[in-house]
Ligand binder design. Structure first.
Ligand code: ADP
Ligand code: ASP
Ligand code: MG
Length: 477
């Protein structure tokens, strides 16, 4: 039996956390036989190594020559402290310290190059931001060796072949399967424990790419699919997927089971606990996914199961999530009525900017199309639409293209909530009772989510009161 286990930033965030993680790896190995480990960059809150790496790149780009050397020192200290706590001087301590130094130097050199060139390409960002995982896996594998187990740190650049879409690269399934089995199977056959970097991959030319922020979860699913794993487990710092972000809603509770669709909807609409793309390889290959807490391992966490279970649970509100810092773009005009192609041209103009649209609504009279994009992209989107529709604006067929900033999307997830009588009414009732004005509504096609757009200042209140419906028994019979 093969189990792929991914450990997030906090699970490898200190010597103590790595010790806990190593225990979990060894226990799993006793039960499952073959265990492949995927690890994130070290991330004891609030300092995440990936954030430090990115901050170094951006400050160097801005011409600031003081910050990245300080960040290099901070990164060195974080990794050295873990090594000091885990590896003995008689063992590999010096070797691994030297390896860390190599990465810290590389970071400094790359940041220096960025500042000299005054250029920061997505490719350079990936080379820099992917180093955190390369550092953490080397420490964890060395610690397992120190405990007497055969273990090897492996850069996923050897395994996960991706396209060249830096910062958000897409894996190529067949080549990844071939490379992964060729490299990992012999290790598993000889009872070694592979510790693989999350987050990164490489193009066919061997250039490092990343799968997007939070992408180590996705790495685990990609490797699980490539190895035909029996299960994929995501170890993090909370008791599985919860009914709301526990940092925002203290009363959030752990959800024992969710369907792939429900969790995809939650992740897509902002629940950071799992990367939104993680579910796809698991669904495609029928691999069960589990989310568990490294710091409370006896808690069962959340099991994510096939969508078939949805019908059994009609009407249960399960979780609420929010995305802040988004803008609503509106294209409005009486001359749009019944004119074919306006929507296609609108989204074509957005796509050309490589901006992803988070939610769309259209008034039934077709007098307006509204959609949500990240706030940082709003001005560019409006500019691109004004250029696209210059003629229509001149003729006043389109009267206005504008962006409303500082808004948020609140999404409520649960199987069958769109089709269960009374649910939407209760959600809107709760929002109305607490003076939350709903700016727009969208229901996805999956029948397991309703999204509402609210003003940024209302979002925490909206989440809190919708959450009361969940914990207060959101089930409508
Ligand atoms: P990791 O480094 O383990 O991947 P992340 O920080 O990426 O950890 O994700 C875990 C965090 O996600 C939790 O600590 C929690 O604050 C946040 N979170 C947001 N929404 C949810 C939710 N619905 N359920 C659980 N955790 C959530
Ligand atoms: N270290 C990467 C990030 O912070 C990937 C991950 O943690 O999943 O985005
Ligand atoms: Mg994460």
């Amino acid at each position: 039996m093969t189990l792929v286990m991914k450990f997030g930033g906090t699970s490898v965030g200190s010597a103590d956390a790595m010790r806990e993680t190593a225990d979990l790896i060894l226990q799993a190995r006793d039960t499952w036989g073959d265990v492949v480990v995927v690890a994130s960059a070290m991330g004891s809150k609030p300092v995440k190594v990936t954030d430090l790496l990115l901050q170094g790149a951006y400050t160097a780009f801005a011409g600031d020559l003081d910050t990245y050397p300080q960040l290099a020192a901070q990164m060195r200290a974080i990794h050295y402290e873990a090594i000091d706590g885990l590896l003995s001087p008689e063992g590999e301590r010096q070797i691994i310290l030297a390896e860390m130094e190599r990465f810290v130097e590389r970071f400094t050199t790359l940041c220096g190059a960025v500042s000299v060139l005054g250029e920061l390409t997505p490719r350079a960002l990936d080379a820099i931001s992917g180093m955190g995982e390369q550092m953490s896996v080397r420490i964890l594998a060395a610690y397992l060796r120190e405990l007497g187990y055969d273990s090897e740190a492996i850069d996923a650049t050897e395994l996960v072949l991706t396209d060249g879409n830096f910062q958000n690269a897409a894996p190529q399934t067949a080549a990844t399967r071939a490379q992964t089995t060729a490299r990992l199977q012999p290790l598993l056959d000889s009872d070694a424990i592979p510790i693989v970097t999350g987050f990164i991959g490489a193009t066919s030319d061997g250039v490092t790419t990343t799968l997007g922020r939070g992408g180590s979860d996705y790495s685990a699913a990609i490797l699980g699919q490539a190895l035909d794993a029996d299960e994929v487990w995501i170890w993090t710092d909370v008791d599985g997927v919860m009914s709301a972000d526990p940092r925002i809603v203290p009363g959030a509770v752990s959800i024992p089971t969710l369907s792939f669709r429900e969790v995809s909807e939650l992740a897509y609409y902002g629940a950071k606990v799992i990367h939104a793309k993680t579910m796809r390889p698991c669904v495609e290959s029928g691999i069960p996914l589990r989310i568990k807490n490294t710091f409370n391992p006896t808690h069962p966490g959340t099991v994510i199961e096939e969508d078939a279970g949805l019908s059994r649970q009609n009407g249960a509100l399960k979780a609420v999530t929010a995305i802040k810092g988004v803008s609503m773009i509106t294209v409005e005009g009486k001359g749009m009525i019944g004119v074919p192609g306006i929507a296609a041209r609108t989204f074509g103009a957005v796509a050309r900017l490589d901006v992803s649209v988070l939610l769309i609504t259209q008034a039934s009279s077709e007098q307006s199309i509204c959609f949500i994009v990240p706030e940082a992209a709003a001005a560019a989107v409006v500019g691109s639409l004004e250029a696209e529709f210059a003629d229509q604006l001149n003729r006043h067929d389109i009267e206005r293209i504008w962006s409303r900033d500082a808004i948020a999307i609140v999404t409520i997830v649960g199987a069958g909530i769109q089709t269960t009588y009374g649910i939407a009414g209760r959600v809107f009732g709760a929002l109305g009772d607490h003076q939350v004005n709903v700016i727009a509504i969208a229901q996805g096609s999956t029948e397991c989510g309703i999204s509402v757009v609210v003003a940024g200042e209302d979002v925490d209140r909206a989440v809190e009161h919708v959450h009361e419906l969940i914990v207060g028994g959101g089930k409508v019979s």
